[in-house]
Design a protein. Structure first.
Lengths: 289, 255, 283
């Protein structure tokens, strides 16, 4: 009586679990499908120009290099900012904060993780960018640095919570052994616990970087969206994600511009996929999860 | 083991593997009907793994496999046409850590009959009383059948788990260190109960405690590092073991 | 013995960098609440927008966001819970299981704007749903699927192994065991995970940008094939696309406040529920 029902349910469950695989495959297929014909017309090499001029009276240029450097600059700056706050915060929350302190700190961090990126972008636009403008005497507050600060802020919850997990999974015995040898709390933290948790912390940073690369709305709103190759944090830049979000609404379906935007999507996908994969490898290797 | 008694369960050339780690090596054993057989040996010797083969509980552990046959009244329980669900109705199990469901005492007992399709309330009530009496728990809980089982003491919880197993009317009871987490008084209670149950059931019990094996079992099998070293009547194993390893173990030289 | 000065300085440095984050979050919430509250009124919530959002209310955006959240839940919740049940209760460590897990990790890392591209390619164009509630809901559903799977699985794993073994040993089938003896205790935790998913679905902009969101559409949708406005996109439009962004600043703050209230409400509920269940269920 029950056997056919159990089989049916099993099939439903397997089918559901397979959907995730199907979706991943479909993402690659449909990004590829829309982007594909760009390879021979106008040609794959057209993507490697140093200028992105998708709409022009003369010749349109789809060089994604300035977009890649834009993403690179913003990501590098954001990473520099998120590491100290995320990692030090994790050490403090995991090792030094009292229980009551932790109960206040953790909800704030979880709320931050939930604040929509468009709200953070809005906050950056109306609050942070004027500050940046006046502080550094710039013509505009819409710079790579502004975007990077917001992104760092958004990635901190990821870095902090994953690092905290890593720190907390360091065996108690390490801690006790160090303390029993007469090391003080800080010596124990920085010489024993942090080194032991380092793989997990590195994975946390990688996950944070993945988040930063993929983040769209906040950078779209505050980086000024100038597609140029620069390494100056006070310049306006345009990231890969922002380009897709800003321009996809206005292109003709199937045009070269449209296909070029899908290529940007493919590169983004590959970058974040590799980062995530590496982070998971690190986490699994050291059995932090 | 013994020839003049009917064999209920048997294992033939059983090897068992966790991944590539072999946990059991060519185990050959016969379990006589309506008797208590104790499996003893140091931790990690494979006795629990062996016990869990008889109701195919190892099936749910990922990455395991076995060779050889396990027979229940001459039927290979690992053959393709065995219904695992039916098998487990006939071969009940009591676990090391008592695991009452977080439901009422009544619902714990009726869980088994219920999933096997029995809905008649009167029948269910009869089963509850009979099973609880069978597990020597009735007098203690008859006034609070609808209270949560989690409120019972450790020893009561374990007897409830025995009652729960009895409610599906099995022929065999597998007990995996059923008293290891209990105080001496509760342990005595369980041992007494095992003595009564042997009249109607074939019992296999894994135990750490050699005195317990000596007290409750008719037959004893000694496992060491995945091998069945020696098996025989309990008195013989304890008084006059044939193997040096068995003697070392039962006299407490290691373990 | 006294702690030396050096350790005190270091501990304070750690403490300050942590509290700095909290202060910024606090300031962000404070700023939006203080500047957004004056805008909030009956008509702001329940009126249609006028003059491309410079006046009137944000009702269509609120309704649109609610539709999208509900729509994505209808797809993601059963799918996510069923996947979690499979992974936690049925799957042995086979190759298929590994692929499913890899897929979930991959999905969790896909940038939201790439989900937008995917939704555009598959639902809007290939299936011909057009830019619609259906396309947007499906896109969001697959974006939040990993969140739901991972937290549901965590809730299932928290149910002690003994309950499963006890049930199976009584001759219950796998599904009877799951249905009667695992799910009832895991469901609260599973729903908590899905609430986190709701919060994410309500706040995302990039995936709906390309699949559903309307720039300005001062009416309520009639069917699942309609476009809708949505709160996050509306905020983006007001803040960056409006010709007179300074003048509509109060509208921006008001919209931000409504959005953040919705999202934080879901997140806080999830956090509180989770802490409650973690405390209550002690095996």
């Amino acid at each position: 009586m029950n056997s056919w029902r159990d089989k049916l349910i099993y099939i439903i469950l397997v089918g559901s679990a397979s959907t995730s695989i199907l979706i991943v495959v479909l993402i690659f297929v449909f990004l590829g499908k829309e982007a594909f014909s760009f390879i021979w017309d106008p040609g794959f090499s057209e993507l490697w120009h140093t200028k992105w001029i998708p709409v022009s009276f003369k010749k349109e240029i789809f060089g994604i290099l300035p977009l890649m450097t834009g993403t690179l600059l913003v990501t590098a700056l954001a990473t520099l900012l998120m590491i100290p706050f995320g990692v030090l915060g994790a050490i403090y929350v995991a090792e030094l904060a009292s229980d009551s302190e932790r109960q206040i700190l953790k909800p704030f961090i979880e709320i931050l993780a939930g604040v929509p990126s468009v709200v953070i972008g809005f906050f950056g636009l109306v609050v942070l960018s004027p500050i940046i403008k006046h502080l550094f005497g710039l013509n505009t507050g819409l710079t790579a640095l502004t975007g990077a600060i917001l992104l760092a802020f958004m990635a901190i919850p990821t870095v902090l919570t994953v690092s905290e997990d890593a720190i907390q999974s360091v065996p108690r015995a390490f801690r006790e052994a160090s303390l029993a040898l007469g090391a003080n709390q800080l010596q124990t933290i920085f010489r024993i616990i942090v080194p032991a948790a380092l793989p997990g912390i590195i994975a946390a940073i990688m996950l944070g970087v993945g988040r930063v690369i993929g983040e769209t709305m906040a950078v779209l709103m505050v980086t000024g969206n100038a597609a140029k190759i620069t390494l100056n944090p006070f310049d306006s830049v345009r990231t890969m994600t922002a380009t897709i979000a800003a321009e996809m609404g206005e292109v003709a379906f199937g045009s070269h511009h449209y296909q070029a935007l899908f290529w940007i999507g493919i590169f983004l996908l590959i970058m974040t996929f590799l980062l995530n994969l590496m982070a998971q490898r690190v986490l699994r290797k050291y059995q932090m999860r | 083991m013994v020839n003049n008694v009917k064999t209920k369960l048997a294992s033939e050339h059983v090897d068992f593997f966790y991944g590539s780690n072999q946990a059991l090596f060519d185990i050959q054993m016969k379990i006589p009907e309506n008797s208590v057989t104790a499996l003893i040996g140091p931790s990690g010797c494979g006795k629990s793994t062996f016990l869990r083969m008889f109701n195919r509980m190892n099936d749910i552990i990922p990455g395991t496999h076995h060779t050889g046959r396990i027979l229940f009244e001459d039927d290979d329980i690992y053959s393709a046409n065995t219904d695992v669900v039916k098998l487990r109705q006939q071969v009940g199990m009591v676990f090391q850590k008592s695991n009452p469901f977080p439901k009422s005492i009544f619902d714990n007992i009726t869980y088994g009959p219920n999933i096997h399709g029995l809905k008649n309330k009167k029948k269910l009530e009869e089963i509850v009383e009979k099973s609880l009496k069978g597990a020597a728990l009735w007098d203690e809980v008859k006034d609070r059948l609808h209270e949560s089982a989690m409120g019972l003491s450790g020893g009561q919880q374990q007897r409830l788990c025995i009652a729960r197993a009895l409610a599906v009317e099995p022929q065999v009871l597998l007990m995996d260190e059923p008293a290891s987490a209990l105080d001496p008084k509760s342990t005595a209670h369980i041992e007494e109960l095992i003595g009564e149950l042997r009249e109607k059931y074939t019992i296999m019990i894994v135990t750490h405690n050699m005195q317990q094996a000596a007290r409750v079992s008719d037959y004893t099998a000694f496992f060491y590092e995945g091998n069945l070293i020696e098996q025989g009547e309990t008195t013989q194993i304890f008084m006059n073991p044939h193997e040096q390893k068995t003697e070392d173990y039962v006299t407490g030289r290691f373990g | 013995m006294k702690k030396n000065h050096q350790s005190k300085v270091i501990i304070w440095a750690l403490r300050l960098s942590t509290y700095f984050i909290v202060m910024v979050v606090g300031y962000l919430l404070f700023d939006i609440i203080v500047k957004g509250l004056p805008t909030i009124s009956w008509s702001f919530i329940f009126d249609l927008p006028r003059h491309s959002g410079a006046e009137g209310g944000i009702l269509p955006a609120i309704v649109g966001t609610i539709y999208l959240v509900l729509g994505s839940m209808i797809f993601a919740l059963p799918l996510g819970m069923a996947s979690a049940i499979y992974l936690s209760e049925y799957a042995f460590q086979g190759r298929f299981n590994r692929y499913v897990r890899l897929a979930i990790i991959t999905l969790a890392g896909v940038p939201s704007v790439v989900f937008g591209l995917f939704g555009l390619g598959l639902f809007v164009l290939f299936f011909g749903f057009g830019a619609s509630i259906l396309s947007g809901s499906l896109t969001l559903a697959f974006m939040i699927l990993p969140t739901i799977i991972v937290s549901s699985e965590e809730a299932l794993q928290a149910v002690p192994k003994g309950l499963r073994e006890g049930s199976l040993a009584l001759g219950a089938t796998m599904w009877q065991t799951v249905y009667k003896n695992v799910l009832p205790y895991a469901l609260p935790g599973m729903f908590t995970g899905s609430i986190l998913g709701i919060g994410r679905a309500a706040g995302e902009t990039a995936p709906i940008l390309l699949t559903v969101a309307a720039f300005f559409l001062p009416r309520l949708p009639n069917s699942i094939f309609d476009q809708v406005m949505a709160l996050p996109y509306h905020l983006y439009v007001l803040a960056t696309q409006h010709p007179d962004a300074q003048k509509v600043l109060p509208m921006q703050y008001g919209t931000a406040l409504v959005l953040i209230v919705i999202v934080v409400f879901f997140n806080l509920t999830a956090i509180i529920l989770r802490n409650h269940f973690r405390k209550k269920i002690q095996w």
